[in-house]
Design a protein around this ligand. Structure first.
Ligand code: ACM
Length: 563
């Protein structure tokens, strides 16, 4: 399907709506005066905490629960809380992991300080009032990623069992504030959070986004920017597609030409690039600081032209092909019959596993059209054993179910409405034998699919995917007709292939606003699922994305606020 499907990209520049950034910066002194008046305090920084109730229309504009992804339980009520010049961020210091809580407190302060202009000191201790971050709750119902947010006249308290919960709670708190809080220059408040309680836990443990850094290389700062954007929507896995025909993007000490030569170009023939191990570790730790686990993918045994070009001995005929800068798929294969192939896989997986604190390692397995079925099965058997040997859980694209998935393997389903019954039944059979699924249906959540016929970037082989189509499906029942049970679904992932994507603006125009919808499918209870209410909550994200500089597609299906 992919060979036919992946048509030549249109590498023209997309004509995007020009986003009007709202830079409402004031001269410093004038701004401070306004802030003093707005906050109702006598002087910036030294005033005792006093609350100025927000105007009713302001609270109405941002009701508790006007958040993406929709929180599991929202109980509005009571007085709002207003962040003022004297607000402190208090971190509960009673546990060994208070360092994490403090780090999250500093992250929150870093988000709020530029726009509010407040000092927002992060302090330890149990004092009342202000923004309180409490870690180590004994409430088991919050799980590893859940949190409770209680907002009232005296303050806002976030409670969680684990750092991930606290971090996700911070994302909710952030979204309850006006969108202008995301600006990086001083803005007018008031910085009011509606009163009430949110208790929130995710529907799925796996909520992923994939970035193809092979077709077009993405720099460390581009990836970090995307990580920050993903974190806002509680995505917790970043799958990096690190190798493909057009480029090998991670340094491997035992096979240095993979990156040095195999990473030296990209689609269209640009300079490409790769991550040194130090850069990759930095990315992994940055992702961890945003509660995302990085899942590295080395695509095998197809999609390997960059490796085959780098080392002649990996080819069955011993001849290295040239580097490839086109966009066809299915023409390359490692040589399943050669022992050196498995030395190569062993070295690559060992080095990659050592760079990977997370549990998953993805070995691709898709579109191996130049590998015989027999070779494919034999190869995937050995490749999976190597992944297990280095202590990682195998992930593969769902073609892995055409071989023999090892115990505990995860298959990433990327079929679409036209995927044949045989293939769906084969995937379902694998789930009955214990394989779990991450769902990435190509005509729903492939972020490189065009929105409609006017979208210049992206591809259309799986059809056009407007924002409603990306959101309006149910992961639990998506493959039910083939016999996949609800509990076989580990979660969802939105891949972004980059044949036509070069810049962060282009990436954003394809990912947003579809990605928040996929994030909601992954996080929010099925009972909250409703396109009509979702589209209003999504619309409220428009000014927030604008303030963040996210170059999102202004889908006509979403009632974006005017202005
Ligand atoms: C894929 O889109 N070839 C996984």
């Amino acid at each position: 399907m992919g060979v036919l499907g992946r048509s030549a990209p249109q590498v023209r520049t997309r004509r995007r709506d020009t986003l009007v950034r709202q830079h409402r910066s004031f001269p410093r002194l004038f701004g401070s005066l306004l802030l003093v008046v707005a906050a109702g305090v006598s002087s910036v920084g030294a005033a005792p905490e006093r609350v100025r109730p927000a105007p009713a229309h302001d609270v109405k504009a941002r009701p508790l629960g006007q958040v993406v992804p929709a929180p599991a339980r929202v109980r509005p009520g009571g007085s709002p809380y207003a962040i003022t010049a004297s607000t402190r961020i208090r971190v509960d210091a009673s546990r060994a992991d208070s360092r994490e809580a403090r780090r999250i407190g500093s992250y929150l302060a870093g988000l709020l300080r530029p726009s509010t202009g407040y000092a927002l000191p992060v302090t330890e201790g149990h004092g009342d009032g202000g923004i309180r971050l409490r870690l180590g709750s004994s409430d088991r119902s919050l799980g590893e990623e859940g949190y409770r947010l209680e907002s009232g006249r005296g303050g806002v308290t976030l409670t969680a069992r684990e750092p991930a919960g606290l971090f996700h709670g911070v994302q909710t708190l952030r979204q309850l504030l006006p969108a202008s809080v995301e600006e990086r220059s001083r803005q007018r408040g008031p910085w009011t959070i509606a009163g009430g309680t949110i208790t929130d836990t995710p529907r799925y443990a796996y909520r992923g986004a994939m970035l193809d850094v092979s077709r077009h290389f993405m720099t460390v700062s581009q990836v970090k920017l995307y990580i920050d954007q993903l974190a806002l929507y509680k995505i917790n896995k970043l799958h990096l597609h690190l190798s493909d025909d057009q480029g090998w993007r991670i340094a491997v000490d035992s096979w240095p030409r993979l990156a040095a030569y195999g990473g030296s170009t990209q689609v269209g023939g640009g300079p490409g690039g790769y991550y040194t191990k130090a850069q990759y570790r930095d990315l992994v730790s940055y992702a961890a600081s945003r509660q995302l686990e990085v899942i590295p993918e080395i695509d095998l045994p197809g999609h390997t032209n960059a490796a085959l070009a780098s080392y002649a001995e990996l080819n069955c005929d011993g001849v290295a092909p040239p580097l490839y800068t086109g966009t066809s798929v299915g023409f390359s294969s490692l040589c399943a019959g050669k022992e050196v192939t498995y030395d190569f896989v062993d070295d690559v997986v060992r080095e990659l596993a050592a760079l990977t604190p997370g549990k998953y390692l993805h070995i691709g397995g898709d579109e191996a059209h130049s590998t015989s079925h027999e070779d494919y099965v034999a190869f995937m058997d050995r490749a999976q054993a190597i992944v297990r040997k280095y202590g990682k859980t195998v992930v593969g694209w769902h073609q892995l179910t055409g071989a023999t998935p090892v115990k505990g393997a995860v298959a990433q389903y990327w079929g679409y409405d036209e995927t044949g019954a045989d293939e769906r039944l084969r995937v379902a059979a694998a789930t009955k034998a214990g394989t779990r699924l991450v769902l990435s249906p190509a005509d729903r959540v492939y972020l490189d699919m065009k929105y409609d016929r006017n979208t210049v970037l992206g591809q259309a082989w799986a059809g056009y995917t407007e924002v409603d189509r990306a959101y309006d499906w149910n992961p639990a029942t998506y493959l039910a007709d083939a016999g996949v049970a609800e509990d076989a679904v580990l979660g969802v992932e939105a891949p972004l292939w980059t044949e036509t994507i070069v810049t962060s603006d282009q990436l954003e125009s394809m990912a947003f606003p579809r990605l928040p919808g996929v994030a909601e499918l992954g996080w929010s209870p099925a009972a909250t699922h409703d396109w009509n209410t979702y589209k209003s909550r999504l619309a409220a994200q428009g000014p927030r994305m604008t303030a963040l500089g996210i170059d999102y597609y202004r889908s006509p299906l979403v009632p974006w606020p005017a202005g």
